[in-house]
Design a protein around this ligand. Structure first.
Ligand SMILES: [Zn+2]
Length: 258
C-alpha cells in the first residue's frame, strides 16, 4: 500500500487515521529537513462540455485524482492533515515522516463527497476539507451536513473557509469577525469537532485577517500562494499548490517544488 516507504509505517497508519492535532507523532528519525507540499483541490468531476477554461482550472477528473493518489503510494509519500502538519512545524526542524504531503479540498463541493472521498478511502489517505457553511444542505452543488459528517468520520480533518466565501479585503471589521468566528462556531456545533485551521477565500490574507484569525482561536491560515512548506513558514500564511488537470505539474511540485 505504501510501496517504498520506511519501516515505521504501522505507526504512521494509526497516526493518519486518527487525524487530530493531539495524535502522537512518530519519533524524529528521518533527519530530513521539513518539506511539506500542500495541494489545493476544488471540484473533482468529469469535465462537462461547454465548461470555461477557468472552471476547468479548478476541477480535476476522478481519474487524475486516482493517478495522483497512486503516485503518492508508489513513491512512499504519507498524507497528513493540516493539523498534523502544524504539530510537525511546532516540534522541530526535521520531519518525523520521510515524505509528508497534505491534500486540501476547498469549499465543500458535493463532487468531493461523491468522487474524492471514495478514492481517499481506497488509497487509505487523509485530507483536510475547508468548508464554508452558507450553501451546506441548501445548494445541491455542495455537500449536506450528513455528508460532511461522513467525510469527518472517514478520518478527514474539518476546517474553516469563512461563512459566505467573500473577498475578505472588502469587509468591515464586524463583517470579518462574522465570517471567521460565526462560521467556526457553526461548523463546530454542526460537526462536533474543533475547527482549528482556516483557508482564505480566493487565498487573500492581510495583517487584519491574521489578527482576526488569532483572536478567533484559529491555529493556521492557508493562502493560495504557490510554494512549499518549510519550518520557517508562518502557520498563518501557509502556501500550497493549486491542482490542475495536469499530472506533470503535480509530480513537479512534489519532487522539485521549493
Ligand atoms: Zn474557496
Amino acid at each position: 500500500m505504501f510501496g517504498g516507504a520506511s519501516a515505521s509505517l504501522p505507526a504512521l497508519l494509526h497516526y493518519s487515521s486518527t487525524a487530530t492535532s493531539t495524535a502522537p507523532l512518530p519519533t524524529d528519525s528521518s533527519g530530513q529537513p521539513l518539506r511539506i507540499p500542500v495541494f489545493i483541490y476544488h471540484t473533482v468531476a468529469e469535465n462537462k462540455p461547454g465548461e470555461t477554461k477557468s472552471q476547468e482550472a479548478y476541477s480535476i477528473t476522478p481519474e487524475v485524482l486516482d493517478q495522483e493518489l497512486s503516485y503518492l503510494e508508489t513513491h512512499g509519500y504519507t498524507t497528513i492533515t493540516i493539523a498534523q502538519m502544524r504539530d510537525m512545524l511546532a516540534r522541530g526542524t526535521t520531519s518525523p515522516i520521510a515524505k509528508p504531503v497534505a491534500l486540501t479540498f476547498d469549499d465543500g463541493w458535493v463532487t468531493q463527497y461523491k468522487n474524492a472521498l471514495p478514492l481517499l478511502k481506497k488509497h487509505h489517505q487523509t485530507a483536510t476539507f475547508y468548508i464554508y457553511p452558507n450553501p451546506i444542505s441548501k445548494d445541491e452543488r455542495f455537500m449536506t451536513w450528513d455528508q460532511l459528517k461522513e467525510v469527518k468520520d472517514a478520518g478527514m480533518e474539518m476546517a474553516g473557509h469563512s461563512y459566505t466565501h467573500p473577498l475578505l479585503s472588502k469587509l468591515t471589521p464586524e463583517q470579518l469577525h462574522h465570517e471567521l468566528y460565526d462560521s467556526k462556531t457553526l461548523l463546530e456545533e454542526k460537526l462536533g469537532v474543533k475547527i482549528d485551521d482556516f483557508a482564505s477565500p480566493f487565498g487573500y490574507t492581510s495583517p487584519a485577517v491574521v489578527a482576526e484569525l488569532e483572536k478567533d482561536g484559529y491555529l493556521s491560515g492557508r493562502t493560495t500562494n504557490r510554494g512549499m512548506l518549510h519550518v520557517a513558514t508562518s502557520t498563518m500564511a501557509l502556501t500550497g499548490y493549486l491542482v490542475h488537470q495536469d499530472l506533470f505539474d503535480f509530480e513537479w511540485a512534489l519532487e522539485h517544488g521549493k
